[in-house]
Write a protein that binds this ligand. Structure first.
Ligand SMILES: NC(=O)c1ccc[n+]([C@@H]2O[C@H](COP(=O)([O-])OP(=O)(O)OC[C@H]3O[C@@H](n4cnc5c(N)ncnc54)[C@H](O)[C@@H]3O)[C@@H](O)[C@H]2O)c1
Length: 424
């Protein structure tokens, strides 16, 4: 059989591993992005993002990256992996999806399969994507096939990656669904689950991430309550986790980040509102989770005040910029709200992230410790495992706010460091 050509539009955390995986599985692959720097790195087989699958496989299965959208003409399969952010008022921004669809439609070979992988609210494939193709007189289900296969990748996850995460797929017609399933079965070793309606495939992804948002909001609320009640939430979650059924641990923190969980629920909230439904539960969860950076800074203020120190003028060190452990992704990271609040209150802020050195104000952990009087641990990177009471005492650190509840509370106390976790 003739080798099929896959064109991936958007070579980020989602699109690049997908492109390399398609190449690994024998497809001709062309990657399209607007970012020249990214394209140059990829063409030199250097991954622009930290990802273990990519560092191992991009040099082995190099892909051809370009800004030339005319290359889409070669595609049998087009995969759209562009961002779907929200604006300052949390309104969905579908402009990247629109522009990628326009790029595809103006260069599309008849009969091609177009799959949207970006996370969108139920209805986007029907209300935004399909009309763009129909306006160019393409008949969906005849000379173009459109499907949606929401990406589930979890950057930094050592077990689940592009090769084995099961997928759901929806399409506008049986033939389109079959084409999409055949493609995903050829690149993914996990189950490919067909959905009856494309809208249901879109809804799956939003449900998955809203589920996490709601559960994390619940433990964040518990953290605030347990602080008032002097109960250690970490010990409680460890205890509750011994129940072998009906309980799933989630953990409180100084805030949720990344391009998914703090963003995706708004896509459903806003679309359901247009349809006359108010997602009270989701809105409350978002509000609780958005309040955590402020709660973290308030915890620091309380502890500083307890030893008669103000935030104003104090040297505060922030450990980590990334939104989660061992990745270089700082999108929507709670770091940004924390630093904003500290700066507004007059603190002298220093920061260090071993994965995002270019945005760190100091070059090493030791320099950060030397400059700081108090610390907030924002990210639980492996590089911070060496932090203990003895090390902080040596650097005359008075207070640490453990935004990820990973440090040994007793050890801190033993060394005379004022410790405060989130709910402990
Ligand atoms: N990052 C994750 O962990 C993750 C996981 C699952 C799903 N998603 C979803 O996948 C989608 C992509 O997310 P991401 O994290 O890969 O984003 P990203 O920002 O890492 O990558 C997107 C890429 O698309 C490029 N781009 C934007 N508009 C373009 C256009 N018109 N033509 C060509 N390239 C264009 C950007 O330059 C960028 O390189 C989003 O909808 C996101 O919600 C992300």
């Amino acid at each position: 059989m003739k080798k099929q050509t896959v064109v991936v539009i958007g070579l980020g955390y989602v699109g690049l591993p997908l492109a390399v995986r398609a190449k690994e599985r024998g497809y001709n692959v062309i990657g399209i992005d607007l970012d020249k720097k990214k394209i140059d790195l990829i063409n030199n087989q250097i991954s622009p993002i930290e990802d273990s699958y990519l560092s191992k496989n991009l040099p082995k299965f190099p892909i051809n990256a370009t800004r030339d959208i005319k290359k889409i003409k070669k595609a049998d399969i087009v995969l759209i992996c562009v961002p779907t952010p929200v604006d300052k008022s949390f309104n969905p921004n579908l402009e990247y999806v629109r522009s990628a669809c326009v790029m595809a439609v103006t260069n599309l070979k008849k009969g091609a399969l177009v799959v949207l992988e970006s996370t969108v609210n139920p209805g986007v494939s029907e209300e935004v994507v399909k009309p763009i193709f129909e306006e160019q007189n393409l008949k969906v289900g005849k000379n173009v096939f459109i499907a949606h296969c929401p990406e589930r990748i979890n950057p930094g996850d050592p077990k689940w990656d592009i090769t084995n995460i099961p997928r759901v797929v929806g399409a506008f017609c049986d033939k389109g669904l079959k084409k999409a399933i055949t493609f995903y079965e050829s690149i993914v070793d996990g189950e490919i689950h067909p959905m009856k309606h494309i809208r249901e495939a879109e809804a799956c992804k939003i449900v998955e991430n809203s589920f996490r948002d709601i559960n994390i909001a619940f433990v964040n609320e518990l953290a605030k309550s347990f602080d008032a009640l002097h109960i250690d939430i970490k010990d409680v979650i460890d205890g509750a986790s011994t129940k072998p059924f009906g309980f799933m641990p989630h953990y409180p923190s100084c805030g949720i980040g990344g391009h998914c969980i703090p963003v995706d629920p708004y896509y459903l909230i806003k679309r359901a509102k247009q349809a006359g439904f108010d997602h009270k539960f989701l809105r409350t969860s978002r509000k609780i989770n958005n309040s955590m950076p402020e709660y973290t800074v308030e915890s620091l203020r309380d502890k500083l005040n307890s030893i008669k120190m103000p935030i104003n003028g104090t040297n505060i060190g922030l450990l980590g910029i990334a939104y989660k452990a061992n990745v270089d992704d700082d999108r929507e990271s709670p770091y940004y709200n924390i630093i904003k609040l500290l700066t507004k209150n007059g603190a002298k802020v220093h920061s260090f992230d071993p994965h995002i050195k270019e945005k760190s104000s100091v070059k090493t952990l030791t320099t950060l410790l030397k400059k700081s009087e108090a610390l907030i641990l924002v990210t639980d990177h492996g590089e911070f495992d060496i932090i203990d009471g003895k090390l902080l005492k040596e650097h005359d650190i008075k207070i640490i706010i453990d935004g990820k509840n990973i440090l040994d509370k007793q050890d801190m106390k033993k060394n005379g460091i004022i410790y405060k976790g989130i709910g402990r």
